[in-house]
Design a protein around this ligand. Structure first.
Ligand code: M6R
Length: 619
């Protein structure tokens, strides 16, 4: 979490730093700060709240000549150590105030570093783990860890070798005003190479308007950027030659394009996002799936014994859908794991285990750690990732990109539907090499092809869904129920509602309700049944009766024309008929709209819900 930007070049640094921070705000938005390297020393400004507040504070009229500085670093924070406050906002400095540092990640041994430095007379001014690193770098620098122009680099590397935990950092120093240093371990970082300028960022979104030429840092790598270009080494001083890559992102993709919120834009982008996900992956005859990214996997379908799918939050819900699909379509036993549990559990990995790691960002710390653990145990590790070039994408053996385009809203929407589509493709591909008939394969692939149009028709219900939500907006408890492949969709609907509207919501299998949660039902409580017509419809209707007879208000997500189910409910949102196995692609969409409108009607910040950040790069 947290976003980092650095700029060094011929132009005043302030504007690229602030614009870049604005584009990284999804990574954290409780405070922000900037350090400019000026002739009279570091000029540091910090403020609590979003980047807009910092921008007002650093108007050129307020900064005077400092605003002309051509080198600086900036940060937008998601607090881990120390409350959101100006004192805890980055950049942090060393004791002399000559070195400034911005950091994304967690310094796990910050207490012991603090204790050591305190004994040497260093006084700390914040409660953050980051200040421990800034002070340690300053201490080593002052101690003469190195001399000459590379003295700061030597001090930075020396400090990073002492650090346990994760970091993406950018460092500036008044003694080397034309140079910035950046390093990473476990937190994403890249350097953009522009026309006589360099930009450092946690994510390409921060620099896309300046350049599409980038260098991605790997763990334990450090780079210096200055007038002479870019120099790279490991933190153990082994020189490196870094490859310049192309940033797969355009400015247009990351702007709101007339929508009031990124989330609404991303919900409405789902038909096109899915078309991009499917493009080139279904062979023209409609009877085979091409997933080039999987060709490199050692484990052949005949040897495949078990699939493990792991992820967090929405990605975990997609994984659950994947379990239903892979078991039904490919007949391969499949387990679903929370990444955060898998990484610490002594998971059993037998020959023939393939582990799939699902992540929109490709930077979720728990998912990366779980992937490393499974690889160490001998599983083939694959990624299902949206962000091209992200850590998970680079460090898995093989994988499938979602191609859903950038997702900026904190609530995951189009990534979920793209994840489900990719899992469906993987299921069909596996199934076809095992038991799946050509007819069923063609039927499923045709179903996938038609899903963008089906979603378009659900999106036309936007206004009606807003009306529906407005009738229940005062309710503080909602239930979401589903069966089979729509049970994870119920979980996803509940997660969306709580993270955006702060309304308490639970999702569960419809039949589980009578084993306890039925006691919650009181008059008018909204209970959403995700119930497209399938072989369980009769059972679902019985579950609906159970809720209504206790006063609950049933909102059914039903298949167009299913009057039997609709008349059992209090109200219904109709989705087009699709194959039951693929129904999550359409049933999820009304639930996204319910959560979106509930948040708007309650006056919440839809794209930046409280306490959250888009990618969780800390444990
Ligand atoms: O980037 P990832 O897909 O790995 O992120 C996983 C979760 O943090 C994410 O899906 C989260 O649950 C969303 N905010 C839900 O909308």
């Amino acid at each position: 979490m947290c976003g980092i930007v650095g700029y060094i070049g011929p132009k005043p640094a302030l504007e690229p730093l602030l614009t870049g921070l604005g584009r990284l705000e999804y990574r954290g938005y409780d405070s922000a700060g900037v350090a400019l390297v000026t002739e009279r020393g570091l000029s540091i400004s910090r403020s609590v709240g979003p980047v807009g507040k910092l921008r007002r504070r650093v108007e050129p009229s307020a900064l005077g000549d400092d605003a002309r500085a051509t080198c600086g670093i900036a940060h937008t924070r998601w607090a881990t150590h120390g409350a959101p406050s100006e004192r805890n906002a980055h950049p942090h400095t060393d004791a002399t105030g000559r070195i400034a540092l911005v950091h994304n990640g967690i310094i796990e041994n910050h207490r012991s570093i603090r204790q050591y430095l305190a004994k040497q007379g260093v006084t700390f001014v914040s409660e953050t783990d980051t200040e421990a690193l800034a002070q340690l770098i300053g201490f080593l620098y002052e101690d003469g860890a190195g001399t000459g122009p590379d003295a700061l680099l030597v001090a930075v590397c020396g400090a990073l070798r002492e650090v346990q935990g994760t970091f993406g950092i950018a460092v500036a120093c008044v003694d080397t005003p034309g140079r910035l240093i950046a390093a990473r371990r476990g937190s994403p970082l890249l350097v953009g190479i522009g026309d006589g300028e360099h930009l450092i960022a946690s994510d390409g979104a921060a620099i896309v308007e300046h350049t599409s030429r980038v260098v991605y840092l790997h763990d334990n790598e450090v780079v210096t950027v200055d007038g002479g270009g870019l120099g790279a080494s490991t933190i153990d001083a082994v020189p490196l030659r870094k490859k310049v890559e192309r940033l797969e992102l355009s400015l247009e993709q990351i702007e709101r394009g007339g929508y009031p919120h990124y989330m609404l834009k991303e919900i409405h982008e789902q038909p096109d996002a899915l078309r991009n996900t499917l493009r080139g992956r279904i062979d023209p005859a409609g009877a085979a799936v091409n997933l080039g990214g999987l060709e490199r996997v050692d484990c052949s379908p005949a040897d495949l014994r078990r699939v493990v799918i792991a992820g967090c939050g929405t990605a975990w819900h997609a994984a659950m859908v994947g379990k239903y699909l892979i078991e039904e379509i490919a007949r391969v036993p499949t387990d679903v794991e929370y990444s955060s549990e898998l990484r610490y559990r002594n998971a059993i990995v037998e020959d023939g285990t393939v582990a799939l790691f699902i992540s929109q960002s490709g930077e979720t710390a728990d998912t990366i750690a779980a992937m490393n653990e499974m690889r160490a145990k001998g599983a083939a590790v694959l990624g299902v990732v949206n962000v091209v070039g992200s850590t998970l994408a680079r460090e898995t053996q093989a994988g499938v990109y979602l191609h859903a385009g950038p997702e900026i809203g904190v609530a995951s929407t189009k990534a979920f539907t793209a994840q489900v589509a990719v899992l469906a493709l993987i299921s069909v591909r596996l199934g076809r090499r095992r038991h799946l008939s050509a007819e069923r394969c063609a039927e499923l692939l045709q179903g996938l092809r038609s899903s963008p149009r089906a979603i378009e028709s659900v999106l036309r219900l936007d206004g009606a869904i807003r009306e529906l939500v407005s009738r229940h907006i005062d309710r503080q408890n909602w239930l979401y129920l589903g069966r089979g492949v729509n049970f994870p969709v119920a979980l996803e609907g509940a997660l969306k509602l709580k993270e955006l509207s702060y309304i308490h919501a639970e999702g569960m299998p419809a039949a589980e309700m009578k084993h306890g949660p039925l006691a919650l039902i009181d008059r008018g409580m909204p209970v959403v049944f995700v119930a497209p017509r399938d072989r369980t419809t009769d059972k679902v209707i019985a579950n609906i009766e159970e809720v209504r007879s206790r006063g609950g208000h049933v909102i059914a997500i039903a298949t167009e024309g299913d009057h039997e189910l609709a008349s059992a409910a209090d109200e219904a949102v109709f989705v087009p008929p699709v194959l039951p196995a693929l129904s999550p692609l359409v049933t999820t969409v009304p639930l996204q709209l319910i959560a979106y409108h509930a948040a708007v009607l309650r006056g919440h910040d839809v794209d930046r819900p409280r306490n959250l950040a888009k990618s969780v790069t800390v444990e």
